[in-house]
Design a protein around this ligand. Structure first.
Ligand SMILES: *Cc1c(COP(=O)(O)O)cnc(C)c1O
Length: 363
C-alpha cells in the first residue's frame, strides 16, 4: 500500500547508513563494530536497517528488548543478536529457542542463564554487563568480587563478552571516561578471560584507549553527531518531510493554533502541514522550530497540534498545497531540531512515530 498518499515521510538513506558503519569500523582496528538497532533502529526502521547492515558485513547486533530481537532475528541470519535490557524472568527459553544472546545484568540473571544451560545440557553463550559508573544495569563491584571468588557461578555459560557502557563519552574531556575505562579493565582482569566490549558511538572518538574487542555504536550510524561541539563526522541518514495540506491568507492580528499563542504581525500566508506531536514532532518545538522549502526557512508558528503544524510562508510564495516542507534534512539535522525541542538527537529520531511513512533509499 506504499502508493497510498501520506502527509509525513521519513526517508532513510541506507547508503549513508552503511558508509557510516564502514567509517566507524575503520576507526576501530581492535575488533568488529556492531550495530545497535534498539527502538526500531533509532526510529529508522529495522526492516530497512537490519538487512542493509547485514549485507555490508555487520555480524553483531544489539537491541533493547526481546520483542525487538524476535523482529530482527530473521533479518540478520547467522549474526550475533543480543538484548541489552537483561534477562527477564521466564525469558531464558525464548532466548535459547531463537538464538538471542542475553546481556546478563546481575548475578541473579547469571544464575537463571546457568540453570537454562543445565536444563539443555550444554553450554550457552551470554554477554555479561559490568557496571562501571552508571548504577543502572550490570554487575556491581560487590557482584564482580563474588564472581571472582566463585567462577563456578559461570558454569555452563560461554562468556562472549564482558560489556560496560560509558556514561559521558560525548564529553571528550570528562574524567569519567578514563575512570570507567580503568574500572572496566580492573574488573575484567580478575574474571575468567573473555573478549570485551566498551565503546558506544562517542566512545569510538575518544581514542585507542577506548578500543576493545567489540564496539557498539548506535547514534552515529544514524547520523547523530558523536562529537557534539565539533563538526559532525557522520553522513546524514534521515530526512523528515511533511506535506502542506492547505494555505490560508489571514489579516494582521489573526491568531493561529491552539490557545492563540501566535498572532500574525502582518497580512500572512499560513501553511498547515500534516505532521504533529503524534508523529513524534515534539510539542515543545511550538513557536521555535523551522521547516525548510528549497533551502529557505519557513518558521513554525503557534502550537504543534496532534496531527498538524502551521508555518508562516508569507515570504515563500512557491509553497502551495502539496508542497513538501523538510524538518530534518540538509539544512537542519536531528541534533539541530533537538535544540528547539529541548532534548537530544536520540530522542528526536526515536520519537518519529510508526505512522510516519518510511521510505528506504537503497544502499
Ligand atoms: C544504546 C546503547 C549503545 C549505543 O549507544 P550510542 O550512544 O547510540 O552509540 C551502546 N551500548 C549500550 C549498553 C546502550 O544502551
Amino acid at each position: 500500500m506504499t502508493d497510498v498518499p501520506a502527509s509525513a515521510e521519513l526517508e532513510v538513506d541506507l547508503g549513508a547508513l552503511v558508509a557510516n558503519w564502514r567509517s566507524l569500523a575503520a576507526r576501530h582496528p581492535t575488533g568488529p563494530v556492531a550495530g545497535v538497532l534498539k527502538a526500531n533502529a533509532y526510529g529508522m526502521g529495522v526492516a530497512g536497517v537490519g538487512p542493509a547492515l547485514h549485507a555490508a558485513g555487520c555480524r553483531h547486533f544489539f537491541v533493547a528488548t526481546l520483542d525487538e530481537a524476535l523482529a530482527l532475528r530473521p533479518l540478520v541470519p547467522g549474526a550475533m543478536l543480543a538484548v541489552l535490557g537483561g534477562l527477564l524472568p521466564d525469558a531464558a527459553p525464548v532466548h535459547h529457542a531463537h538464538d538471542v544472546t542475553p546481556v546478563l545484568a546481575s548475578l541473579g540473571e547469571v544464575a537463571a542463564w546457568r540453570a537454562m544451560a543445565a536444563s539443555v545440557g550444554h553450554k550457552l553463550p551470554a554477554i555479561i554487563q559490568l557496571d562501571t559508573g552508571m548504577a543502572r544495569l550490570g554487575l556491581d563491584p560487590g557482584e564482580v568480587a563474588r564472581l571472582r571468588q566463585d567462577p563456578g557461578l559461570l558454569d555452563g555459560i560461554t562468556v562472549r563478552y564482558y560489556l560496560t557502557h560509558l556514561v559521558s563519552a560525548e564529553i571528550a574531556d570528562d574524567p569519567l571516561n578514563p575512570a570507567q575505562r580503568d574500572r572496566f579493565a580492573a574488573a575484567c582482569a580478575g574474571l575468567p578471560p573473555a573478549p570485551r566490549s566498551l565503546a558506544n558511538s562517542s566512545g569510538l572518538f575518544l581514542g585507542p584507549g577506548w578500543h576493545s574487542d567489540l564496539a557498539r555504536p548506535g547514534a552515529a550510524l544514524y547520523g547523530i553527531n558523536p562529537t557534539p561541539g565539533r563538526p559532525n563526522p557522520m553522513r546524514r541518514v534521515a530526512t523528515l518531510r511533511t506535506q502542506v495540506l492547505t494555505i490560508r491568507e489571514i489579516p494582521a492580528g489573526t491568531p493561529v493554533g491552539y490557545n492563540a499563542t501566535w498572532h500574525a504581525g502582518r497580512p500572512s500566508r499560513i501553511a498547515t502541514a500534516g505532521i504533529g506531536y503524534a508523529d513524534g514532532l515534539h510539542r515543545s518545538v511550538s513557536g521555535r522550530a523551522t521547516a525548510f522549502f528549497d533551502g529557505r526557512p519557513a518558521p513554525l508558528v503557534g502550537r504543534v497540534s496532534m496531527d498538524l503544524t502551521t508555518y508562516d510562508v508569507t515570504d515563500l510564495p512557491g509553497i502551495v498545497p502539496g508542497s513538501w516542507l523538510t524538518l530534518i534534512g540538509a539544512e537542519q539535522g536531528p541534533d539541530d531540531l533537538a535544540i528547539a525541542a529541548g532534548t537530544n538527537g536520540y530522542e528526536v529520531l526515536t520519537s518519529i512515530a510508526p505512522r510516519v511513512r518510511r521510505l528506504y533509499r537503497p544502499a
